[in-house]
Design a protein around this ligand. Sequence first.
Ligand SMILES: C[S@@+](CC[C@H](N)C(=O)[O-])C[C@H]1O[C@@H](n2cnc3c(N)ncnc32)[C@H](O)[C@@H]1O
Length: 363
Amino acid sequence: MWPVLLLESCLRNGVYVSVENIFECQSENEQLAVQDGLQLLEFAPQQRPLLEEVLEGLTAEEKSLPAKLHYDQRGSMLFEQICEVDEYYITRTELALMREISGALGDAFGNGCMLIEPGSGASLKTDLLLASMPDPAAYVPVDISRDFLLESATAIADRHDIEVLPVWADFTKGHPIPACEAAVRSRAIYFPGSTVGNFSRSEAASLLRTFGTMIQEQPDDELSGVAGAVVVGFDCKKDQGRMEAAYNDAEGVTAEFNYNVIDRLAGELGVALDRNKFTFRADWVENEGAIVSRLWVDESHSVEMAGTVVTFESGEAIRMEESHKYTPDEFELLAEESGLTMEKIWTDDAGDFAVACLRPLSV
Ligand SMILES: C[S@@+](CC[C@H](N)C(=O)[O-])C[C@H]1O[C@@H](n2cnc3c(N)ncnc32)[C@H](O)[C@@H]1O
C-alpha cells in the first residue's frame, strides 16, 4: 500500500498556500501528525472568512447558508445515509450506470492518467473507475470534510495499487494539484454524485471552465499532450413528485442533514441558532430548474452573531442547498459555454441520471 499524505490547502492572509510552500508553511506553526501510518500535514483553516460568509448569507434579503457547511464528519456520514434511503434514486442509479460504462471511461482516459475528484466523499463510484483505468498515475480526492476524506482515501489506497494524494480544500476556491511519483500523461476530473447540481447554472459553468483549465495545465515535465477529460454525473429533470420525494425522505435523514448545519454554526462559529425553531422542506422551483432545500422559521426570534443581531421572521426561510437538474441538451449547452464539448453521454434506461464525458473545445 502506498503511504497516504494529506495535502491541506489553507487560506493564509487571503492567499492559498501552494505545494512548494507547504513545507515552509508547516515549519512556521503547524504540526506534522502521524496517525496509524498516515502522515498528516495539519493546518488550522481560518474560520473568519466562513463566519463572514455566514453573516453575509443570513443578513441578505433572501437568507441563505453556504451549502458546503453541510459537510463536516457528521454531515458526510448523514449524506452516506441519504444515499441509501428508498426515495433517493440518485446514488443507486448512478452506481448501476457506472458499472456499465466505467470500462469505456477507463479507455477514454488512457494510460498514465491522474484522476482528480473534487468533492470525493466516500469515493464509492471511483472504485469502479480506478479498477477500469489502464495503469493510472495517481488518484487525487479533494474534499472539504477532512476526516471523512482521510478515511475514504485510506480505504481506496487499501483496495488499489495506486498512489493516493488527498487534498483537504474548498474546490471552489482553487487548490494546488500535488505531484506524484509516476509520469503523468494526462489529467481527468471525475465529478460524480450530481454535486454539479449544488451550484447555480452560472456557478456550474465557471466550475466546469476551471476544471477544463486544470486538465490542460502543463506543470513541468507532467502531461505529454494527451487530451484530458472532465466526467460529470448529473441528475436529469423528471417527474416533480419523484424529485421532491428524494429530498423529503420519510425517515427525515435529509432534514437531519440540514439541521446539522445549524448545530455546526453553534459549535464551530459561536452562532447560537436553535434547530427547534425551524422546519425543513425541499421544493421544486420551476424557473430555477432546481430542488431548493430550505429551513422555514416557525416563530419569530433574533440571534446575536459576532456583534450583529439577525432577526428571523415567522414564515421566512433560510435557503440551504440547491440541486439543479438538467436535460442532456441543457447540459451540453452548459458544457459548451464552459469551453468544453460533450464527447459522449450515457443515461440509464429510464433517463433518470446521466454521465457526460467532456473534452476541451480547443485541443
Ligand atoms: C453530493 S456529495 C458527493 C460525494 C461523492 N462524490 C459521491 O458521488 O457520492 C458532495 C461532496 O462534495 C464535498 N464538498 C461540497 N462542497 C465542497 C467544496 N466547496 N469543496 C470541497 N468539497 C466539497 C462534500 O464534502 C461531499 O463529499
